[in-house]
Design a protein around this ligand. Structure first.
Ligand code: ABU
Length: 384
């Protein structure tokens, strides 16, 4: 008798990759201003555009996304794509309105595979509330064909005005500096809020960044949902990042025992101990080849997209083609470095890790932190 297929299985960021979803730029719009987001033009200023992105911008991004998909296929990986859908119409729900939606380039922000479970994140911004719809056909396919797959949709927040701290955007730098240890950003603590890209997977241990896109209630929900299933959820903080959003330009595990770290965004003092105590090495990424001022005009992400790499296996990493200093470092660390051009994707919210969602990697639930478990009560005492 045929065994039922295991389609959904991914425990970490580095095991050998078998199946992955790569985003598409079709239908993408400029991200609207909303309480949880204030896009700004880089360079000479002016108003940030609204509505659909021009066709030539979309074609350029799609060409690079297709290039990544081709490279992955050449490595023997099955590549899946989301469904395009119309993002341009104004959106009105009982609790909020927004001028248009955004794009489906970055599945990493919305969807996460945790072992045999797919979790759809709550999301934190109005223009991304319904982004999960682009992945529903795929999720149904996994659910229909893999009887062991668990599908979880996290509670949707209201995204009403009261969910946001709108004055956050006007805080002067001195106040941000004073507040850097408080972990209070544009989203308040009243509702469960998280983006999937604030989570980094290390087998049984999940590291979750408190950020503009993930609040303490979101981390509490992840703990309460996942710890009875055998995961351990560890909140982490990067106090020098005044606009933290998504952990994958800050703290990027590459193989058991090795994390690529951001030299401008150190971990909160003490949080490195879990790694050091268990023999992990934290290696600083080199400065990106592009300064913040030279990033593409509509790009809202930082220069640290340089370290937003995608692992094909514990020995093979895909990097953006221009990041030579990072290629050299990874080569010295024993990796085979594959490269693709990806700059035309930057203004859609991310680079290679952001633009993908791995559904299947060979491997099982490993414990890489035998000594590192902090029980839930410790998190509660810390207010998380
Ligand atoms: N979506 C990832 C962006 C993170 C950063 O700008 O550093």
């Amino acid at each position: 008798m045929n065994q039922p297929a295991t389609l959904v299985n991914s425990w970490n960021e580095w095991d050998p990759l078998r199946e992955i979803v790569v985003g598409i730029a079709d239908g993408a719009c400029f991200e609207p201003t909303e309480p949880g987001y204030r896009p700004e033009l880089r360079g000479s200023g002016g108003a940030f555009p609204t509505g659909p992105k021009p066709a030539e911008m979309i074609d350029r991004a799609n060409a690079q996304l297709d290039g990544l998909a081709d490279l992955l296929r050449s490595c023997g990986v099955t590549v899946r794509r989301p469904e395009p859908y119309d993002l341009s119409a104004p959106l009105r729900t009982p609790t909020f309105e927004v001028a248009n939606q955004y794009c489906v380039v970055c599945p990493r922000d919305v969807m996460i595979t945790l072992g045999n479970e797919i979790v759809e994140a709550t999301m934190s911004r109005r223009a991304r509330y319904f982004e999960y719809l682009a992945y529903r056909k795929l999720v149904y396919e996994y659910w229909d064909n893999d009887p062991g797959m668990v599908w979880t949709v996290a509670p949707k927040p209201s995204m009403a005005d009261g969910m946001y701290r709108q004055e956050f955007w006007d805080w002067p730098l001195a106040k941000r500096h004073r507040e850097m240890h408080s972990s209070e950003f544009c989203v308040t603590q009243d509702e469960v809020v998280f983006d999937a890209a604030d989570i980094s997977r290390f087998g049984r241990d999940l590291v979750v960044q408190e950020s503009m896109t993930t609040n303490r209630a979101g981390i509490r929900w992840l703990k309460r949902h996942l710890e009875p299933r055998g995961f351990r959820v560890h909140p982490v903080h990067f106090p020098l990042d005044f606009f933290p959003s998504h952990i994958d330009c800050t703290f990027v595990p590459l193989r058991p025992g090795l994390v690529l770290t951001n030299p401008e965004r150190p971990l909160r003092e003490g949080e490195e101990q879990m790694f050091l105590r268990n023999g992990w090495e934290l290696v600083e990424a080199p400065q990106p080849t592009t300064g913040n001022d030279e990033m593409p005009r509509y790009c809202q992400s930082s220069k640290w997209l340089s370290m937003n790499v995608l692992s094909v296996s514990p020995t093979q990493v895909i990097c953006e083609e221009r990041e030579a200093p990072l290629h050299e470092l990874l080569d010295k660390l024993g990796f085979e470095v594959l490269t693709v051009p990806f700059r035309d994707v930057f203004e859609y919210g991310g680079s290679l890790h952001c633009a993908t969602w791995d559904v299947n990697r060979a491997g099982t639930a490993e414990d890489y932190f035998a000594d590192g478990y902090r029980p839930l009560t410790a998190g509660r005492q810390a207010g998380v």
